[in-house]
Design a protein around this ligand. Sequence first.
Ligand SMILES: [Zn+2]
Ligand SMILES: [Zn+2]
Length: 327
Amino acid sequence: MRTMFSGLALMGLGACGMMFSDGDAPEDTAVDPSIPRAEQPADCPTESAALQVLGSGGPIAEAGRAGTSYLLWIDGEPRLLIDAGAGSFLRFAEAGGKVASLDAILLTHLHADHAGDLAGIFNTGGFEGRTDPLPVIGPDAAPRFPGTGEFLVSLMSKESGAFAYNGGYLDGTENKPLLEPRDIETAEGSAAATGLNVSNDYSVMAIPVNHGVVPALGYLIEVGDASFVITGDQSAASTGFLEQLTGSQATILFAHHVINGEQGQPRGLHRTPGEIGMLAGAAKPQRLVLTHNMERSLGRISDSLSAIAEHYDGPVSVARDLDCYAL
Ligand SMILES: [Zn+2]
Ligand SMILES: [Zn+2]
């Protein structure tokens, strides 16, 4: 019997996010959702699959929120890191993450709020004595955006990398674990989904999404008959993603929550709350988690929840850093 949350969460020990509309979270519903979290880290359950939100924030530096990052736990082991936004290096350590036990690192796209701490996380992996190669899987290239492999070269090439001293990660020398980059075709969100063979314990599908001109991916992670879905940053032009999820009965859908058109925020990069609601209405997850949160969006959370509720009537949570969602 799978449960939506760890027992810790239901006991109010802070392992889950703020919840709305399901009536079973008396402790958290009284909390102002605009208050960022700065508590002791939560523990994910050790006997099930869980997705921990390492960073629940976006590109604007705000207290208590790192940039976007997730850690997949399987039976108490950290197995997948998905994104490594600015600040996630610290959250990775607070959560108990280890590069040595990762099957792969997945990237939704190469905006700094999703990839800014990668160099630090690779670097700490070198101190753990990992010897197995580590796949690093993300989007392909487009103008002004390198592909995933090219990005690693720009960071660590022995000839021209910003951290050339860490060039051993690119060829497996100098006692560094070899990084194995893989570019996934995105075609502005119109390419076909790609199955990723990173583990026998769970399956991962990389699904191209539209994030304006930015090559970008969402991810579907299936563990047994349950699943986590990460939208990544995506606009409503991500029709292939919607089709992939329609009828999929995702267990927990993590949607990146941004108010379009704010100052400094180009239009057409993200789903509006109503468009997140449409996605949730089609995928029918057992829970919708809003993450990639910022004050500008949390300040209008009531409006967002109303817009979502027009299409989706299931429970909604607002993620904070280190919240853990168990299957
Ligand atoms: Zn973002
Ligand atoms: Zn982005």
